[in-house]
Design a protein around this ligand. Structure first.
Ligand SMILES: NC(=O)C1=CN([C@@H]2O[C@H](COP(=O)(O)OP(=O)(O)OC[C@H]3O[C@@H](n4cnc5c(N)ncnc54)[C@H](O)[C@@H]3O)[C@@H](O)[C@H]2O)C=CC1
Ligand SMILES: O=C(O)C(=O)CO
Length: 386
């Protein structure tokens, strides 16, 4: 028998039992659930990452839906427990769902939600922040000041890289990759090279239009290029930012051989998932190439870093905070709750997971739909015509 986990209960007499494995920012998500007759139980265990056993204990004998986190392993065991408890809905509070075995969810008839769109700009802004921090050596310089080592301006002190006129490379030009590309092109007048399995016509049009604007104003226009291979990006770009999903095709996408193809003074940013980079190879590369810099939000064995990384001055590291703006985190909680609520209520799936704004308007009731269900097709769920 698993040990019971501690919980906080909202609306104890609600008809539907919904469980959240963590407390989440804001109160709108809580209000939306309790207004629609849900009894909400929020896990209050102190440990950061819940085990599968803890989560099974939380699901219990009767559970209509669960809101979970990207740190949890949602596979056969949990979907089987949820389905036995009568549950038909699970939502990650995240857009990435590499922690979820969607085939297992399909087998048990459980809808899997995620939270696209609401974190696009926030995540791209952190990638841009890491780019600047790495290019201008901000963390090293901050440590130097605090250590009392500054004794006057010097021509060589913390000289870094200028972004203007350089080439930014984006691997995975989806929602976040495209937003980052636009920020770097418009904000710093960088040229763009990108690699994705699909063409990003909107992004290309944006760079073309901005280039024309610059030219009309007597400035050097920015340019774009869709690379035929990832290696083309690695060889040509001065800054490379990784934004693909994590799956079998992107595991260790950046490895020893590919690092060797990058410019010696390039900057590599990762705000996607840790295993997209072979982190052991990265540590070696950083040691051998002190002018090569990296900005990391995610790590291969999160929450741990591979040995040696923490000691390297040419690495800027932050603890998976790319989506951590208040507005975004509250919005993620809202979308995750509405995915679960919508499925419980038998609502259809929203027609376009890239346009979730109507669910985020705090001054209006959200549409009667699930904002984003990744296995809607596999489960033949109806789609909203709104
Ligand atoms: N660090 C953080 O806190 C956050 C991390 N993420 C990560 O970012 C990922 C991307 O999010 P979105 O942009 O919203 O997703 P998206 O689905 O809009 O974009 C992903 C892009 O990657 C491309 N892609 C897939 N396989 C590829 C490959 N082998 N090579 C090149 N491109 C490939 C897809 O075609 C797509 O355009 C999420 O799946 C998640 O893992 C997302 C939000 C916050
Ligand atoms: O949404 C995601 O995929 C994250 O990594 C956290 O925002």
């Amino acid at each position: 028998m698993a040990k019971p986990v501690s919980i906080q209960v909202w609306n104890p007499n609600g008809k539907y039992r919904v469980v959240s494995t963590k407390s989440m920012p804001g109160t709108r998500w809580i209000n939306l659930l309790i207004q629609q007759d849900c009894r909400l139980e929020i896990c209050t265990e102190k440990k950061t990452i819940l085990s599968v056993e803890d989560t099974i204990a939380l699901i219990g004998d009767k559970c209509d839906g669960v809101i979970g986190q990207l740190t949890e392993d949602w596979g056969e065991e949990l979907f089987s427990a949820l389905s036995k408890a009568g549950g038909k809905a699970f939502s990650n509070m995240a857009v990435g769902y590499n922690n979820v075995d969607v085939n297992a969810a399909n087998k048990h008839g459980v809808a899997v939600g995620n939270t696209p769109g609401v974190l696009t700009e926030t995540t791209a802004e952190l990638a841009a922040s890491l780019t600047l921090a790495a290019a201008r050596r901000i963390v090293e310089a901050d440590e130097f000041m605090r250590a009392g080592l500054y004794d006057g301006w010097l021509p060589h002190l913390f000289v870094g890289n200028l972004l203007k006129g350089q080439t930014v490379g984006v691997i995975g030009a989806g929602r976040i990759g495209s937003a980052y590309a636009r920020m770097m092109v418009e904000g710093f007048k960088m040229n763009l090279i990108y690699f994705d399995l699909y063409q990003s016509t909107r992004l290309e049009k944006f760079v073309t239009a901005y280039g024309a604007f610059l030219k009309a104003n007597g400035e050097t226009p920015v340019t774009w290029k869709r690379a035929a291979s990832m290696d083309e990006v690695l060889q040509e770009a001065d800054i490379i930012s990784l934004h693909p999903i994590l799956d079998k095709t992107t595991y260790h996408l950046v490895n020893k051989e590919r690092l060797a193809k990058m410019k010696k003074e390039a900057i590599l940013i990762n705000c996607s998932r840790g295993p997209v980079i072979d982190e052991v190879a990265l540590v070696e590369h950083l040691k051998e190439n002190p002018m090569f810099r990296v900005g990391l939000d995610v790590f291969e064995d999160e929450p741990y870093m591979k040995p040696g990384l923490a000691e390297l001055k040419n690495a800027v590291v932050v603890p998976h905070i790319a989506s951590a703006s208040k507005w975004t985190r509250e919005g993620m909680a809202t979308l995750a709750a509405l995915n679960v609520l919508g499925k419980i209520k038998g609502y259809p799936v929203w027609f376009d997971a890239n346009r979730v704004e109507p669910f985020l308007n705090e001054n209006a009731q959200p549409p009667a739909a699930c904002p984003s269900i990744v296995n809607a097709k596999a489960l033949s769920l109806p789609v909203s015509k709104l």
